[in-house]
Design a protein around this ligand. Structure first.
Ligand SMILES: NC(=O)c1ccc[n+]([C@@H]2O[C@H](COP(=O)([O-])OP(=O)(O)OC[C@H]3O[C@@H](n4cnc5c(N)ncnc54)[C@H](OP(=O)(O)O)[C@@H]3O)[C@@H](O)[C@H]2O)c1
Length: 278
């Protein structure tokens, strides 16, 4: 399988290190339609995977302060890439975000059929809009909605590294997270089947940050300590609101893909993290 990958950031780089098959990274800026088309023509991939987008690095506040750049990459760029893949008759897997929701939907979690209900920051708005555009105009492509990526390799964008640098962490809010190894397996599994439409790619069941930190202290750093604060207190510290949301995995499981339970998958990942980053 030959993959053409857009976006050599945190996830795009890890994908290239772990996936079976041939990987070529695109040089094109998504905003430049002709460059994107030429890249696809030159490489002639089986699958294009898009990990490119403006995320703000370690902090999505950046996107609220740089709306032009965020719209350019997360909307114009995504549209360009999908249109280029359509024109070149090439299958696209676009990595998007589940941070378009707020809450746990009265305990049910949000499915792929639920409309976004979170408008608290500009990053999440562009993600909701890009999902809508892809659904309306390019239903033949695959859109994977992930949340708060967790990996065993250190990176400032890895949730393990983010949380372990915070002195104040919110309490009592369930969240979905995505273990990177599961995301990469899902890309291979769903991509081989050439499935289309939106899929939530998160681990099964929500987790709270208290549970996350307890596992981190047990398996990685017994000396770690932090203060737990309410979401209201956190919103006084950050420029814009964060999305805390629970996504369902029923549609993903119906494909036959094995979705790991979040607490079990997190423990496996933290053990590997501790062994890898001694
Ligand atoms: N990591 C997570 O927890 C998480 C959770 C939910 C969704 N996602 C989504 O998954 C995707 C990958 O995330 P990530 O964590 O790997 O983000 P990342 O580390 O910020 O990487 C994104 C990459 O895309 C590149 N990029 C931005 N605009 C581009 C453009 N117009 N043309 C070509 N490349 C462009 C960036 O380059 P520059 O730095 O030069 O801009 C960067 O290398 C993003 O769309 C993100 O929103 C990630």
């Amino acid at each position: 399988m030959r993959y053409l990958v857009f976006g050599k950031g945190f996830l795009g780089t890890l994908f290239g290190e772990r996936v079976k098959g041939e990987i070529v990274y695109a040089n094109a800026n998504l905003v430049d339609y002709l460059d994107v088309v030429n890249e696809i023509k030159k490489i002639s991939p089986d699958i294009v995977v898009n990990f490119a987008g403006k995320t703000g690095g370690t902090n999505t506040d950046w996107c609220d302060l740089h709306k032009f750049e965020t719209i350019s990459s997360n909307l114009v760029g995504v549209f360009n890439l999908a249109q280029a893949c359509f024109q070149e008759n090439t299958y696209l897997i676009h990595i998007d975000s589940g941070s378009v929701y707020d809450g746990d939907n009265n305990g049910k979690g949000f499915s792929e059929d639920d409309l976004p209900n979170f408008t608290g920051n500009f990053y999440s708005l562009t993600k909701a809009w890009s999902q809508q555009i892809l659904k309306e105009r390019f239903p033949q492509f695959l859109v994977l909605r992930i949340k708060m990526a967790v990996d065993w390799k250190k990176n400032p964008r890895n949730l393990v590294d983010k949380l372990s640098t915070y002195s104040k962490i919110i309490t009592g809010v369930p969240n979905s997270i995505t273990i990177c190894d599961d995301l990469f397996n899902a890309i291979e599994f769903l991509g081989e089947k050439r499935l289309s439409g939106e899929f939530n790619v998160v681990n099964k069941n929500p987790i709270t940050w208290e549970e996350f930190i307890a596992a981190y202290i047990e398996l990685v750093d017994p000396n770690f300590s932090c203060t737990f604060i309410s979401p209201e207190e956190l919103s006084n510290i950050t420029l814009v609101k964060r999305s805390y949301s629970v996504l369902t995995t029923d549609k993903l499981e119906l494909t036959g893909f094995k979705v790991r339970e979040v607490h079990e998958a997190l423990r496996d990942t933290l053990k590997k993290y501790a062994a890898t980053n001694k």
